[in-house]
Design a protein around this ligand. Structure first.
Ligand code: ADP
Ligand code: MG
Length: 327
């Protein structure tokens, strides 16, 4: 069998099935970050994300400084999605010999700017030559108390589904970049997404989310992970999905489904969380105090499956659900 038949999640499942459960591993493969207990009473959150030239970025469309920022941001986002406080990170680089030192200096400047913004420290890594393009791998480590760690698996029927910020901007930004645009809010959201670290941590400290995930593969795909791991379903209201002015101006590429980017576009790095309705006001005021908008877009249902309702009440069928490597 070829990898393309197995798919990204098929491969991860295949590896996962060979791993025995160990007591110190509170949350292993399958969440935004692993939650492990090195010593009792404190959970370490660990996550790794790779950015590969030609797959995750195109050097003709991004600059090295924002690439450095994003390389760390996507990892901080996974710690945030667990409700953790990021602390340390490792940086591994596979580099083509002819890359310029100026490029690498700008990359490191951007990376360390992002590290300063969220008070995380680079503690090591690895560097080697690459026969192909540039590959960047960051491993981030954070911490949280055991009872405050938020997994993808805790959503309960009746919980509200909430999302920070707006959705689809990053995918629109990429589409605009490929069509010659170089600036604007959607392009910046794609190149330099702000990780919702303060938001994830504040929500977890306040005990609000029952489940949480960051949007890396698209709303439908990432909400789908919460539903799978929680053993629940959901009903989403299309007209409640938060859209930015950029998305309203350019709903999608010509002739495309207008909800394609907001529902299926990846890399927004917003947080999707579920919470009981009684905690809604608390969540809204907490996030407002951080200057981050939050929208309630639906609710968790006892029966499995994800229903998306159009404003006229009809069932909406998305053309694409989300991003998966090798498919
Ligand atoms: P995210 O989009 O939040 O970064 P992914 O979809 O990349 O998450 O990964 C899903 C889960 O699979 C995570 O728990 C991740 O640690 C795990 N995972 C991914 N690749 C591998 C691998 N090669 N071996 C073991 N676990 C993996
Ligand atoms: Mg994630």
């Amino acid at each position: 069998m070829k990898l393309i038949e197995l798919g990204e999640f098929g491969l991860i499942g295949r590896i996962h099935s060979k791993i025995a459960r160990k007591p110190g591993v509170r949350i292993g493969i399958g969440d935004d970050a692993a939650a492990v207990e090195f010593s009792p009473g404190c959970i370490s959150l660990i996550t790794s994300d790779m950015l590969v030239e030609g797959i995750h970025f195109d050097l003709s469309l991004c600059d090295p400084r924002t690439l450095g920022r994003k390389s760390l941001a996507v990892n901080l986002s996974d710690i945030a999605a667990m409700g953790g406080k990021p602390r340390y990170f490792l940086l591994s680089l596979a580099l083509p010999e002819l890359v310029s030192v100026e490029f690498l200096d700008c990359f490191v400047t951007g990376l360390l700017e992002m590290a300063d913004e969220f008070d995380v420290t680079l503690i090591g890594g690895d560097t080697c030559a690459s026969g192909g393009g540039l590959t960047i791998s960051v491993t981030a480590m954070g911490e949280q108390l055991p009872r405050k760690v938020i997994s993808r698996g805790g959503a309960r029927p009746g919980d509200l589904i909430c999302v920070t910020g707006t959705l689809g901007d990053s995918a629109l930004g990429l589409w605009l970049l490929r069509n010659g645009e170089r600036t604007g809010p959607a392009v910046m959201k794609h190149l330099d997404p702000p990780p919702r670290v303060r938001e994830g941590l504040a929500l977890a400290e306040a005990g609000i989310p029952s489940a949480m995930i960051d949007v890396s593969d698209g709303l439908l795909a990432d909400l789908g992970h919460i539903l799978d791991l929680s053993g629940t379903g959901a009903r989403l209201a299309l007209d409640r999905v938060p859209l930015s002015p950029s998305i309203r101006e350019h709903p999608a590429g010509p002739g495309e489904d207008p909800y394609r980017f907001p529902l299926s576009g990846g890399e927004d790095y917003e947080l999707i969380f579920t919470a009981p309705p009684v905690l809604k006001e608390k969540a809204v005021s907490l996030l407002e105090s951080l200057g981050t908008p939050v929208s309630v877009i639906g609710e968790i249902t006892p029966s499995t499956g994800l229903q998306v309702l159009a404003p006229n009440g009809a069932l909406y069928r998305p053309a694409v659900t989300g991003f998966e490597h090798f498919s």
